[in-house]
Design a protein around this ligand. Structure first.
Ligand SMILES: Nc1ncnc2c1ncn2[C@@H]1O[C@H](COP(=O)(O)OP(=O)(O)OP(=O)(O)O)[C@@H](O)[C@H]1O
Ligand SMILES: [Mg+2]
Length: 292
């Protein structure tokens, strides 16, 4: 069943002059349709300003479409009575962890969401515990968030969303401000929530290596969906990705260049292991046919 159905969504920001008069519109999302099934891990890629965040904000009703419809778990995001239920269903994690953490102690921070929802105290503590465990931060429950690393802070932000028992979590460039270790921690946590808890994940990122495990990838360009498919399908289209000003993973590029030079490798190689295996297979074949 689809948890998210966006149909022909267009979103226009007003352009205003210094006095605040509208002088035109900027179409940030342009006729986008997409469907996400419950339990999917979706990645959204795209150059700066391509409309990724604007689209993401439609999924938890921070924005509503200028045209078209967005339905989240059967609820139309335009239905004002459903806004809070939509935000509990689809929680959002943003780029900067420092703007998202408000508690003085980790466990208190994670408890804010369910507390605001009116969850009974005993259950709040149960949710805080399970959420912190799910992101591997339970050992830090009594720490001050200020002292944590970027990756740890982001995992606390994710736990805060998780404590509201969402069906879907949208992560808008959650790793952009983190070092490589922090990035890995956060992606690992997101993957575990998807694998173990079956939570739908929508990951917006600039880092190609973070989308390798996604079920589907959408590439945005100028407010539209320019490409979509499995990571393998999308990464097979190296030249198109480069035209959309996206970095292709190094190993995919190497495989692509080797392919162009006549080495019969499969399309869309995404990891070093895959490349090594494919090269070994080519070599074995050559040995067999007596070419080497
Ligand atoms: N609050 C706003 N008011 C006016 N225009 C905006 C606003 N936010 C975004 N835009 C414009 O809408 C377009 C899409 O922006 P958006 O932030 O959705 O892109 P993005 O793909 O998330 O970019 P980035 O990779 O930089 O995060 C851009 O042209 C941007 O300048
Ligand atoms: Mg953005």
């Amino acid at each position: 069943m689809e948890i998210i159905r966006a149909k022909d969504v267009t979103y226009e920001y007003s352009k205003r002059d210094e006095e605040g008069n509208e002088i035109g519109v900027n179409t940030a999302v342009n006729q986008v349709s997409l469907e996400v099934r419950q339990g999917d891990f979706i990645a959204i890629l795209g150059h700066n300003g391509s409309g990724k965040s604007t689209l993401a904000k439609h999924i938890n009703a921070i924005l509503t479409p200028t045209e078209g419809t967005v339905v989240v778990d059967g609820m139309d995001t335009r239905d004002e009575e459903k806004v809070w239920q939509i935000r509990q269903t689809a929680g959002m994690v943003f780029q900067n962890p420092d703007n998202q953490i408000i508690g003085q102690i980790v466990e208190e921070d994670v408890g804010f969401g369910p507390e605001n929802m009116g969850v009974p105290t005993k259950e709040i503590w149960e949710r805080v515990e399970e959420s912190l465990k799910a992101v591997g931060m339970y050992g830090y429950r009594l720490h001050s968030p200020n002292k944590l690393s970027g990756g740890q802070k982001q995992r606390v932000s994710i736990a805060g969303v998780l404590a509201m028992h969402p069906k879907c979590i949208i992560l808008d460039e959650p790793t952009a401000m983190l070092d490589p270790n922090g990035r890995k921690e956060v992606i690992r946590a997101a993957r575990a929530l998807n694998d173990v808890e079956g939570i739908t994940i929508i990951l917006i990122t600039h880092y190609m290596e973070e989308i390798i495990h996604a079920d589907r990838v959408f590439v945005m360009d100028q407010g539209k969906i320019a490409m979509q498919g499995t990571p393998k399908e999308v990464f097979s289209r190296v030249e198109e990705l480069q035209r959309l000003r996206l970095d292709v993973p190094q190993v995919t590029l190497v495989a692509y260049e080797l392919q162009k030079r006549g080495i019969p490798l499969p399309d869309g190689i995404l990891t070093v292991d895959e490349l090594a295996e494919a090269l070994a297979a080519v070599r074995a074949k050559n040995l067999e046919s007596g070419k080497v």
